[in-house]
Design a protein around this ligand. Structure first.
Ligand code: ADP
Ligand code: ZN
Ligand code: ZN
Length: 733
């Protein structure tokens, strides 16, 4: 057969492929891009198969417009993984593939390196004595670098040279810019270890030997507190891989991609390293993608989406802080990057390491049942002391902005000793509600089933669920009274209260509001390190990945909201936060202290966590999950639906429920729960409902969904409501 039809996956929300005629002279390839007519538009899609048969008469088929690739964009294991992800996460194949491509490829850019702006030294620059530039060290640095050869604009910026310096030098005629395609790097040939490495302790050596003993697929859970030497283990695992010319992929959480992390890897090996994160522009994104594919990068470090980088010769995947919630994408293709990383390693037949001080309950369960190898590091390098910790029973105690008197006293003690204090509160704004003191009226968002958060700094009421914001009203919307009071405490209020309580110390607040400006988080973190602030207030954001050696007191000031949350993962997240901050508080010469404020010091999970540690906590927490038929003992799928009319949404999900109940796979073990109103039952004017499906294993789950989805799509209401499927949701809101 000579295939004359290309079956193409297009970036449209439809679960089907589209057939196009291949014109003479065109030679599309499976996994490569083609541009095709689609209605009045031209779309770029991926060829999934080549055939000579179509369900449609050939006379009705349109022809491929342009063939964009002569080679597939992905090698078979990754292409296979993407197809699998499309069916597992119930997301159309065309959209899934588009999701996994850099924007420029989606727009039709050639999948080959384009020219880069490079700098080279001129004769005049070569003659310039560096000693004469002692007062312009950056200029000297650039000249010195370029005397050893050309360098790209990007890599000079990465060495903290500003564009202004480059302009100054070029104005002086010492350096000149040119556009060129960078030389192919042969990093494998030049590979060396470029710094002295510490001798591994027994546990580290065992971890490294265990992974190295099996060059094929294996999933290893590396559990060890902060500072126990996990990164050192990663470095030791990378070394033989890189030496053999194989590439490494390292995934980190959203806020974990700090210059310190990147520099650890840069210092150790002289291999080209690329990063992938949300701060990259489209050109940079394509460039990292190509560097992976063309073996021009030995190491790629990136957040979630870096998982989709193709590699010519991938040798190992590392998922650092594997418990982190940012690995789950919350819209479009709702994948979990950790889970897909394990799948990818399996398909590529290479080892994958999941590292964490506080592994997710799912991963621990997999380790306990033997699916993952469990490696542990129990010692903290540099023999830092474990922080002291305790619960502070605040029942009946007077609190000022959420702070009890005993906590305030402890804070004073630590501050007077010249140390820093860190307070966690996961609620931004001044107060989560505003109430009328005379009639009890509450200021409510008109578009959501939620109260307004009061932001005092901007004098606004803001809804944290939709974009609505309005000036704070002078009077009650019901009785006209001017006595409007703030209810509850947010980070802004805490900050203000601390300024009153401790006027002699400087306070900084780290949350999404205070760090909106690009680069502001980094400069705050730097200032904290330099001890410009003594009291640090933050949401979850402050806990991730930062190490402040002068912080000796940490307090979680509202533990109860996590203990009594309707999110079944809240307790696990609280425990992870606690262990993280406890692991970072203090250092050898300055022992740290962690205080948890609660009304329920006797709470079983809290007791397990405090007195027996994270491991015992997870034993109790897993036991609770098992009894409640929750993950990891079952698999959940959440159907979310919303529309302007509540009845339509409920009706739609009733019908979806009907489809599942008539499924041949339906039984007592796979209950369908709902439809129920979502925890936030109305958002931005739309009513929200959900249906939860619980299945004992992944296979049943996927079979049920695959059978049900086409039937759901045929429901007339499916066009009237907005709905989505979240397979293994991370949160149920
Ligand atoms: P983690 O990634 O678990 O937080 P790191 O690998 O960053 O731990 O190790 C913490 C510190 O201890 C680092 O400064 C690291 O260089 C050092 N370190 C790690 N392993 C060793 C070792 N075997 N001998 C000496 N120092 C070590
Ligand atoms: Zn709202
Ligand atoms: Zn009132």
């Amino acid at each position: 057969m000579t295939p004359n039809i290309a079956r193409v996956a297009l970036p449209v929300p439809l679960d089907k492929l589209f057939d196009y005629l291949i014109k003479p002279g065109q030679s599309p390839v499976i996994g490569g891009r083609v541009k095709v007519p689609f209605g009045p538009k031209q779309l770029i899609g991926i060829v999934i198969s080549l055939t000579d048969k179509s369900d449609f008469p050939q006379a009705q088929l349109k022809a491929v417009n342009t063939v964009l690739d002569s080679e597939p964009l992905w090698h078979p294991p990754l292409f296979g993984l993407l197809s699998w992800a499309s069916s597992y996460y119930q997301y159309p194949l065309g959209d899934t593939l588009a999701n996994a491509m850099p924007t420029l490829l989606r727009k039709g850019r050639e999948a080959a390196p384009s020219s880069l702006k490079m700098w080279q030294i001129t004769e005049a620059g070569r003659d310039q004595p560096l000693a004469a530039l002692s007062r312009a060290p950056r200029q000297a640095q650039v000249l010195n670098t370029l005397r050893h050869g050309k360098s790209s604009h990007e890599s000079l910026l990465a060495e903290e040279v500003s564009s202004a310096i480059l302009k100054t030098l070029s104005d002086k005629g010492w350096i000149e810019a040119l556009e060129e395609i960078p030389d192919q790097k042969n990093w494998q040939r030049d590979f060396t270890v470029t710094e002295e490495k510490p001798k591994l302790n027994d546990e580290q050596a065992l971890a490294v030997a265990t992974v190295n003993a099996n060059p094929e697929f294996g999933c290893y859970l590396l559990e060890g507190v902060t500072g126990s030497g996990k990164t050192e283990v990663y470095l030791n695992l990378l070394e033989p891989m890189l030496a053999a010319g194989k590439q490494a992929l390292i995934l980190v959480p959203e806020i974990g991609l700090t210059p310190q992390t990147i520099n650890r890897f840069r210092r150790r090996f002289n291999v080209p390293l690329e990063t992938v994160h949300s701060g990259l522009n489209d050109t940079e994104r394509l460039s990292s993608w190509l560097a992976g594919r063309d073996n021009q990068a030995g190491i790629i470090i990136g957040t979630r989406s870096a998982l989709f980088t193709p590699f010519r010769n991938l040798g190992i995947i590392i998922v650092d802080e594997e418990h982190d919630a940012s690995y789950k994408q919350q819209d479009s293709l709702r994948y979990h990057a950790r889970d897909l990383a394990v799948m990818r390693a399996n398909r590529e037949n290479i080892p994958v390491i999941l590292g964490s001080a506080t592994p997710a309950l799912e991963s621990l369960h997999n380790a306990k049942t033997g699916k993952y190898h469990h490696l542990t590091l129990t010692r903290r390098a540099g023999n830092a002391q474990q922080a002291r910790h305790g619960v502070l029973d605040v029942k009946g105690l007077y609190q000022e902005a959420g702070l009890s008197a005993p906590l305030i006293a402890r804070m004073r003690k630590h501050l007077e000793a010249g140390n820093q204090v860190m307070l966690f509160l996961n609620r931004r704004g001044y107060s989560p509600a505003v109430i009328c003191h005379e009639c009890g009226w509450l200021a409510e968002c008109k578009r959501c089933d939620a109260y307004y958060t009061f932001h005092q700094q901007s004098g606004e009421l803001r809804c944290h669920h939709c974009a609505t914001q309005r000036p704070m009203m002078p009077q009650c919307g019901n009785c006209g009274s001017t006595q409007l009071n703030a209810v509850g405490v947010g980070t802004e209020q805490l900050e203000q209260q601390l300024a009153t309580l401790f006027p002699e110390y400087k306070t900084v607040r780290i949350d999404r509001d205070s760090t909106r400006r690009k680069g502001s988080l980094e400069s705050y973190l730097e200032a904290i390190k330099n001890n410009e602030y003594q009291i640090l207030i933050g949401t979850q954001m402050l806990a991730k990945g930062h190490h402040f050696p002068d912080v000796t007191l940490v307090s979680l000031i509202d533990v109860d909201s996590a203990l009594f949350s309707n999110d079944f993962r809240a307790a696990e997240r609280l425990a992870q936060l606690f262990i993280q901050v406890a692991g970072r508080a203090g250092r050898a010469s300055k022992p740290g202290e962690v205080i948890l404020q609660t009304h329920h010091p006797e709470h079983a999970l809290l007791q397990a966590l405090l007195h027996k540690g994270y491991d015992q906590f997870t034993v109790s927490a897993l036991d609770e999950r098992r009894q409640a038929f929750l993950p990891p003992y079952t698999y959940l799928t959440l159907f979310r639906a919303e529309a302007n009319e509540s009845e339509l949404v409920e009706q739609f999900l009733q019908q979806v429920r009907g489809i599942f109940e008539s499924s041949p796979l339906y039984c007592q073990e796979t209950p369908v729960m709902g439809p129920n109103p979502a925890p936030l039952s109305r958002r931005a004017g739309r009513y929200r409902w959900q249906l939860l499906l619980q299945t004992p294993d992944r296979k049943t789950l996927q079979q049920m969904l695959t059978i049900a989805k086409p039937a759901i799509q045929l429901l007339p209401l499916a066009r009237k409501v907005r709905w989505s499927i979240d397979v293994e949701p991370q949160d149920l809101t």
